[in-house]
Write a protein that binds this ligand. Structure first.
Ligand code: SAM
Length: 255
């Protein structure tokens, strides 16, 4: 079975920014509003943030715009990390941004000292790319360990626990004159849904179809809140947000 990182390498990375609407800086402004609205901001010089599963960097740019002095973008796609660097240069925040090619499940001890990170985000449905619910638990434990007291974690993800039927399983993601992306969901079991991406691209008047499939986790918002509490985090916000995502915000309590 193709894993999510393999699917990005083979198919999605080259089209991901197009999929977001092509204007990464507009998406970054929207994400900065969301993060600021949750009360996440640097409070001291040198405050560092980490963006797990950065993709082309909408949240990395947002965190840099919000004033975090270092933002570490972690992703397994080198193509997307290269995009982050280019977008950070265009946005004038290259000095604050560094990229690390790593698996988000074990990256934290390598990119930050324990108990020091001011903010950690994993947004845009990256969380559902993990292989099993136990991995989400491992990630939350790692986040709780890496955050400083009072530090923030923000997660945004699609709650895919409710099963869709018939035509409702097809999603037109984006269409422009020469490109069209449609997504189809196939329910496997209580924990997993297979996502089938159908990408039509027109070149020299001919349409070509590429198909790629990968598993996504079906995470319930209440389950995530319970697991965050188990990891010692204080949940401040868990509700529906923009782009059909659930927005989850927690802090590491001051002891
Ligand atoms: C849905 S995209 C989200 C990108 C960005 N945060 C956004 O909101 O647009 C998921 C990203 O996570 C990356 N990814 C998936 N699994 C990963 C893993 N295990 N470790 C690191 N990155 C991963 C993919 O390469 C992709 O860039």
């Amino acid at each position: 079975m193709t894993t999510a990182p393999e699917h990005y390498d083979r198919m999605l990375a080259a089209h991901y920014t197009w999929m977001l609407g092509s204007d990464i800086h507009a998406v970054a402004r929207e994400q900065a509003e969301l993060i600021r609205g949750l009360g996440v901001r640097p409070v001291a010089d040198g405050d560092a943030a980490i963006d797990l599963g950065s993709g082309p960097g909408p949240q990395t740019l947002a965190l840099a715009h919000l004033g975090f002095s270092t933002v570490t973008a972690v992703d397994l796609s080198q193509a997307l990390l290269d995009e982050v660097v280019g977008h950070a240069e265009t946005a004038g925040v290259a000095g604050a941004v560094r990229t690390v090619r790593a698996d988000l499940l074990d990256a934290l001890p390598h990119v930050t000292e324990s108990g020091t990170a001011a903010a950690i985000v994993c947004m845009g449905d990256t969380l559902t790319h993990l292989s099993r619910p136990a991995d989400v638990r491992t990630l939350l434990d790692g986040v709780a360990h890496a955050l400083r007291p009072g530090g923030h974690v923000v997660l945004t993800f699609r709650d895919l626990t409710g099963e869709l039927h018939g035509d409702d399983r097809f999603f037109p993601v984006r269409s422009t004159e020469d490109q069209l992306l449609t997504c189809f969901l196939e329910y496997v079991d209580d924990d997993t849904v297979m996502v089938h991406d159908l990408l039509h691209t027109r070149s020299e008047g001919k349409w070509r179809l590429q198909v790629g499939s990968y598993p996504k986790l079906r995470l319930a918002a209440d389950w995530l809140s319970g697991e965050a509490r188990r990891a010692g985090l204080h949940v401040r916000h868990a509700a529906a947000g923009p782009r059909g995502m659930r927005v989850f915000h927690a802090i590491k309590p001051n002891r």
